[in-house]
Design a protein around this ligand. Structure first.
Ligand SMILES: Nc1nc2c(c(=O)[nH]1)N[C@H]1C(S)=C(S)[C@@H](COP(=O)(O)O)O[C@H]1N2
Ligand SMILES: [Mo]
Length: 302
């Protein structure tokens, strides 16, 4: 598979660019008294603790229930998945609906590196150096129509290769959804690689969503369908246990899961005696995404 390397953009670049934009807006509004210093502090806070996990950690400790519910099941079983040929159906409220071959998508998209924090709702976390393209570029290629408000995603349904789909753990296929503005946000990517290598099956080959400010289950793997709609789409974990898993699922240390605290997290790879680290609002991307939720009660829309 030919990955294209037009640009290399790290989390640091993304963070500092948006901090810069924010600072400009703030200075325009308030005269900028001492605000450069505040913006600088935020940039540092958002960029530290971004030491990527090892390839081994990232590819051996997974959630991918289509291949079993144990953390080591996907690495053991996901080799059964055939990822070529692969097509992604883009349909619903788009100008150019169709079945897009994965290779054609890759030719049209620009793959960049994005080093993101990744926070599972189960309170463990990693830092992953993804390779991927902005979902917005793919949606713009398909041409989003004016009435569209949400994006629905679907994982492959192929129980012959995904044995977990033979068990009613979830309502298969795994489905997810985003509001259109969340989907179009520049931090939202479709990942096709890790550490510059093709994304392994257990991590969601050949392409999976990554939304770094939301709990990991929003980042749906092995996507075969993307639909633009005007209604909030179903979300597998919300359908399964609605009072525990909401549509938004933004990382939020102040809104606990009904059965555990979300205030701290265990970074994978730290060893047995590693200290838990504080969970950051919007997983550390508050500066970039908080405005998407202005005026929303984040306890109600959890
Ligand atoms: N299709 C599908 N996508 C999925 C899952 C799954 O079980 N099936 N698990 C989710 C959960 S709970 C998490 S935490 C992440 C894990 O991604 P990783 O294994 O690459 O760390 O994938 C998400 N995407
Ligand atoms: Mo998760």
């Amino acid at each position: 598979m030919a990955h294209r390397w037009k640009n290399t953009l790290t989390d640091r670049d993304v963070t500092e660019e948006s901090v810069y934009l924010n600072r400009r807006q703030i200075m325009a509004g308030l005269g900028g008294l001492g605000l450069a210093g505040i913006a600088g502090t935020t940039a540092r806070a958002a960029s530290e603790d971004l030491e990527p996990n090892s390839w081994e950690d990232i590819t051996s400790y997974n959630n991918f229930y289509e291949f079993g519910t144990g953390k080591d099941d996907p690495a053991r079983n996901a080799h059964a998945l055939t990822t070529s040929p692969w097509t992604v159906k883009i349909d619903g409220m788009v100008d150019k609906p169709g079945d897009y071959a994965f290779e054609d998508i890759m030719k049209a998209m620009t793959v960049e590196e994005r080093i993101y924090r990744f926070r599972c709702v189960e309170a463990w976390s990693m830092v992953v150096p993804w390779n991927g393209f902005e979902l917005a570029d793919l949606l713009n290629m398909a041409g989003v129509q004016s009435g569209a408000k949400y994006v629905a995603f679907e994982t492959l349904y192929r129980p012959e290769e995904m044995f977990g789909q033979k068990y009613p753990v979830l309502d298969w296929p795994y489905v997810e959804g985003l509001r259109l503005d969340e989907a179009m946000h520049p931090l939202t990517i479709m990942a096709t690689g890790i550490y510059g290598r093709e994304i392994p099956n257990q991590n969601g080959a050949p392409l999976r969503l990554v939304v770094p400010w939301k709990y990991g289950f929003k980042s749906i793997k092995s996507v075969v369908r993307i639909s633009l709609t005007d209604k909030e789409p179903p979300v597998s974990w919300n359908v399964a246990i609605p009072r525990e898993y909401g549509f938004y699922s933004n990382v939020n240390p102040t809104v606990d899961h009904p059965r555990w605290s979300q205030a701290t997290e265990r970074k994978i790879g730290g060893g047995l005696f590693a200290r838990r680290q504080p969970t950051l609002m919007f997983n550390g991307y508050e500066q970039e995404v908080a405005s998407l939720y202005d005026g929303m009660d984040l306890k109600k829309f959890f």
